[in-house]
Design a protein around this ligand. Structure first.
Ligand code: CA
Length: 231
């Protein structure tokens, strides 16, 4: 399950270089040439990370970053600012606007990929495409497999994403709205009860390994993934 990266940049040479490097590393990549286009893409499919150029026609990357971080539908999306400027003051204002990292042009594709991986691992571990193991359960986003005690479990695509998110945030309680935002994507308007349906299916998928109790209901709040007995 590839993580999705949106690049917002008006220089087509950089867009091409970056999208080539991203696809080669297994990411899905969307390109926007300005803020308006970026906004439309974000509402259709919430990206796992945004590469945002500082100097854009119209609204600047910095203003856009600030706006994304103020909106509850987009504030969790990590942002890496791209800039031609290398001054310390710019770096500070970028980070103050809510960017998670900052990379000065010119940069090598290798350097950029390392930054993307580091930010995703820190901010959105479920999008880092890495194997997660908690207790007896092992989830591999690369091969789309869930394994418990050397046995593969049958898990549907939505349940897989849900499990990936929960396993990368063990012991943390999430509301249905938070799960919708993080697993289904923001800008997608789905009834919160949909979450309950997929939680039930996920528990059924985990039953052959007797791991279904790891998906715990926290009454009045939501759900959590835990290796401890429910209290
Ligand atoms: Ca530019």
């Amino acid at each position: 399950m590839a993580a999705t990266v949106l690049i917002v940049e008006d220089e087509s040479a950089i867009c091409e270089m970056v999208s080539f490097a991203l696809s080669r590393s297994g990411y899905d990549c969307h390109v926007a040439m300005d803020v308006e286009q970026a906004r439309r893409i974000i509402m259709q499919q919430r990206p796992d990370l945004i590469l945002l150029d500082w100097m854009l026609p119209g609204e600047t990357g910095l203003q856009f970053a600030r706006r994304l971080k103020q909106d509850r539908y987009t504030r969790e999306i990590p942002i890496i600012m791209l800039t031609a400027r290398g001054e310390e003051g710019d770096k500070v204002s970028g980070l103050e606007a809510g960017a998670d990292d900052y990379i000065a042009k010119p940069f090598s594709p290798k350097e950029l990929m390392a930054r993307i991986k580091a930010v995703l691992r820190r901010v959105a571990p479920h999008a880092a495409n890495e194997i997660v193991q908690v207790g007896a359960l092992l989830l591999d986003p690369g091969t789309h497999r869930v394994i418990a005690d050397a046995k593969e479990l049958r898990v549907g695509p939505t349940e897989f994403r849900l499990l990936n998110f929960l396993m990368t945030h063990p012991e943390h309680v999430f509301s249905r709205a938070q799960l919708l935002d993080n697993v289904w994507g923001t800008g997608v308007y789905i009834d919160e009860r949909t979450v309950d349906v997929h939680i039930r299916r996920l528990r059924e998928s985990l039953m052959p390994a007797k791991c279904e109790e790891m998906i715990q209901t926290v009454r009045g709040v939501g759900y959590r993934f835990s290796t401890q007995d429910p209290s």
